[in-house]
Design a protein around this ligand. Structure first.
Ligand SMILES: NC(=O)c1ccc[n+]([C@@H]2O[C@H](COP(=O)([O-])OP(=O)(O)OC[C@H]3O[C@@H](n4cnc5c(N)ncnc54)[C@H](O)[C@@H]3O)[C@@H](O)[C@H]2O)c1
Length: 308
């Protein structure tokens, strides 16, 4: 299939690019390289350097590439930044996303895959692990933008027949991850420990997250490709891990032991998170294959290489 991946030079988008190319699909990337890295772009990918907010440019790219599928992964991904500057966040994550969605509908794209967030859409969880039917009560502008785009996708499906695959990711981690993202804590711990700095824990470290390895996320993106039915799926492991437990696991993989520094809890962040992934298993036969220890080891090996 002919795919356009927005944010394809980023952490998750570039992993999806790799698995799509390997499976024989044609890939183009739309990215402004605000956080993306040109080194992550595969030589077989077509690259369009553009900003989501430039609607004319987005439109031209659609006319040039004529994608059958859009995988929308470009975003401002920093939750705290969205709290500090909600207007700027909405300009990228709502209006910019809408430019892509509108072009996709007008150009007759068959499927729109959207990177949503299971960590941010549900807000404080009333049920753990949370199923897709959990109320959507985001407590950050970042989460509000994800929920808003999900509503738009439903509208474009109803009115224009554009099929969607909404993937509500848990905390994705792995090689190539930047420090500001939702699961940036793993990157932050590893880079601090490898460079002899003191890692920081915000709050008491009792907050929990569901950590899913990036290769498992790329795999589900392959399995959902070309499914022409509206789907909303949680993508995680269903396991809760506290930040303190995560820190201990990472420390076990490292030779040096350093005590973390504790700073006040950050705004807009939820207390506990884990996603019920039964629907993804039943619909696509997908389930995360990488244990947290295996994923952390692979991530650490990668950071050791790039920091050397
Ligand atoms: N990492 C996670 O744990 C996680 C969890 C839930 C959802 N998500 C979502 O997955 C997607 C990918 O996240 P990631 O962790 O790979 O982040 P990332 O920052 O590595 O990738 C985002 C990419 O989008 C590009 N981008 C940003 N603003 C842009 C703009 N205005 N125009 C064009 N390109 C722009 C960046 O340059 C970058 O390459 C995002 O939509 C994010 O919200 C991530």
């Amino acid at each position: 299939m002919r795919v356009l991946i927005t944010g394809g030079a980023g952490f998750i988008g570039s992993a999806i690019q790799d698995i799509y190319l390997q499976a024989g699909h044609e890939v183009a990337i739309l990215d402004n390289f605000a956080a993306g890295n040109p080194a992550y772009v595969h030589p077989h990918s077509r690259v369009y350097q553009a900003d989501l907010r430039e609607s004319n440019l987005v439109w031209q790219i659609f006319q040039d590439w004529q994608p059958e599928v859009v995988s929308h992964h470009a975003a401002q991904i920093d939750v705290r930044q969205s709290v500090a500057e909600p207007v700027a966040d909405a300009q990228i994550n709502i209006l910019g996303s809408l430019n892509v969605l509108e072009a996709a509908a007008q150009m007759g794209v068959k499927q729109f895959i959207f990177a949503s967030s299971g960590g941010a859409c549900y807000g404080e969880l009333q049920q753990i692990p949370a199923p897709e039917t959990h109320p959507l009560q985001p407590i950050s502008p970042y989460g509000i933008a994800k929920v808003t785009m999900e509503h738009y996708l439903h509208f474009y499906y109803q009115v224009h027949g554009l099929c969607y695959g909404i993937l509500r990711y848990a905390n994705v981690y792995g090689p190539r991850q930047g420090i500001t993202g939702e699961a940036g804590v793993i990157t932050a711990f590893m880079t601090a420990l490898l460079t002899g700095q003191t890692p920081v824990i915000y709050g008491q470290g009792t907050q929990t997250r569901d950590y899913v390895y990036v290769d498992d996320v790329a795999q589900v993106n392959l399995q959902i490709l070309g499914r022409l039915e509206p789907l909303t799926l949680n993508i995680g492991t269903g396991q809760e891990t506290s930040v303190l437990a995560l820190y201990e696991l990472i420390q076990k993989l490292m030779p040096s032991k350093i005590s973390p520094q504790f700073l006040p809890k950050r705004l807009g962040e939820i207390t506990r998170s884990a996603l019920d992934v039964t629907r993804a298993r039943e619909t696509l036969g997908w389930q995360a294959q990488t244990s947290l220890t295996q994923g952390l080891q692979a991530t650490l090996d990668w950071y050791r290489q790039v920091l050397n």
